[in-house]
Design a protein. Structure first.
Length: 248
């Protein structure tokens, strides 16, 4: 006969760690799972790595651009053939296509990374603004995940009958703002992401204007998935602590 579970002993969760930002609402965190495993890491890194290596070898813009596009397309086709979700691979292909188009039209290899720099700057400004107006963005993301606000749930909420008296699933998106402890927690977590985008810009922008493709490409990879996974873990740790304390 098996021993009954003791109420004072934490039970192991059978739920596997989630991928991407969904990991923020999980009870466990796995960096490998968060980035999509080895395959997700390859899909995020390979096209950019191919571009840098090809540019260093050939010192010509055409071959690296073609090689990076081919690498991204192969990754998408591989998922289509295996009938696995293509969202991540397609997102990478879109990002590569924008960089390739920009670099090809300008004739400057560093413009392969221009779109990413602008995107990082945009994220930094938006996140910083949410902190300044006391609406830290991470709070909305985490509370939406915890409330289970999937696209299907949002659609169901939009189709609710006017006389439906059941609590709205959207209530969780704003209820946390009345909790000072949660406000501080989500502000700290949002600052982590401000730091991520700020560090990327501080390191890569001078290299972009210097036209140093080798180092720009290297830091683009180093400050990409590895740093993103680290900040995602730190965010999970920060936002999880209040939940763990409350459960205890």
């Amino acid at each position: 006969m098996s021993e009954p579970a003791r109420p004072d002993v934490p039970q192991q969760s059978d739920e596997a760690p989630a991928r991407g930002m969904r990991a923020l609402a999980g009870e466990e965190f796995s960096a490998a799972q968060a980035v999509g495993g080895v395959r997700g890491l390859v899909e995020a890194v390979l096209p950019g790595l191919v571009f840098v290596v090809a540019f260093v070898i050939f010192t010509d813009l055409t071959i690296p651009l073609i090689a990076s596009v081919v690498a991204a397309v192969v990754l998408v086709v591989a998922r289509l053939v295996q009938r696995t979700p293509v969202t991540q691979a397609l997102g990478g292909l879109l990002g590569i296509a924008i960089g390739v188009l920009w670099a090809w039209r300008s004739g400057e290899a560093e413009n392969y990374y221009a779109g990413g720099l602008l995107l990082n700057a945009g994220y930094l400004v938006v996140l910083l603004a949410t902190i300044l107006v006391r609406r830290p963005a991470v709070g909305y993301v985490v509370e939406a995940l915890r409330a289970g606000l999937t696209p299907e749930a949002v659609k169901a909420e939009a189709n609710r009958a006017p006389d439906d008296e059941a609590p709205s699933a959207f209530a969780a998106l704003t209820a946390w703002r009345d909790d000072p402890a949660k406000m501080r927690t989500y502000a700290i977590a949002t600052w982590l992401w401000v730091g991520l985008f700020g560090l990327r810009l501080a390191v890569k922008t001078p290299l972009y204007f210097a036209g140093d493709i080798a180092w720009l490409g290297t830091f683009h990879l180093l400050l990409g998935v590895p740093l993103w996974a680290l900040v995602l873990y730190l965010t999970w740790y920060v936002v999880r602590r209040p939940r763990a304390s409350a459960a205890a």
